[in-house]
Design a protein around this ligand. Sequence first.
Ligand code: ADE
Length: 237
Amino acid sequence: MRIDVLTLFPEMFTPLVSTSIVGRAVQRGLVDIVRTNYRDYTSDSHRSVDDKPFGGGGGMVLMCEPVFAAVEAVAGDGGPEPLKILLTPQGQRLDQSMVAELAGEPRLLLLCGHYEGFDERIRTELADRQISIGDYVLSGGEPAAMVLIDAIVRLLPGALGDQNAARNDSFADGLLEYPHYTRPREFRGLAVPEVLLSGHHREIETWRRSQALSRTQARRPDLLEQKRDRMSRTITE
Ligand code: ADE
């Protein structure tokens, strides 16, 4: 998979692409993450990327010219046509099913905004999709792009040491994940649940499922509601 990131701050991504699971996936060649600075596609001597909004008001707005030029150069480099995603609090809210869908794409191009936002024509003419990582406002799209990249890359075959790990993740099945324990068996008087030490795989499976369900009911009943809706839609279809 290839992921192009267009940003004014490519250096922000250095720790992400060189550390932990994403770093390892890059090293193994599972994903190619290519960063491009809009500033390299400016045409004036000041290398301007933003300007004051027409109509007044505070903040600066990312200009069409460098963004269109950067996207056209990067997307037209002969590789597969990328799905162009704009990171914005106005976008569709990211969830695990969207992540799984995007992990199946051959190439993504992520557009990070900064300052007050993008010129609206970037939104309407360039973006295939607009994605938000939650109902809060970041100073720029970069942290949102990093969240998206991390969530996608860990789903790529071979990215996680244990291939089952992603299948059991929270949300993978529309539920929060069951609790985990490791050594010691008892810590400050807190014992590991007996069933996990029993070696009975069927019972462990049942216990984990019931823990996932009760935890989801207690903390995120909205997820159970959504799961019920999906199931009833499947039955009636
Ligand atoms: N840019 C600023 N805030 C954002 C958010 N919540 N999600 C995606 N991109 C953003």
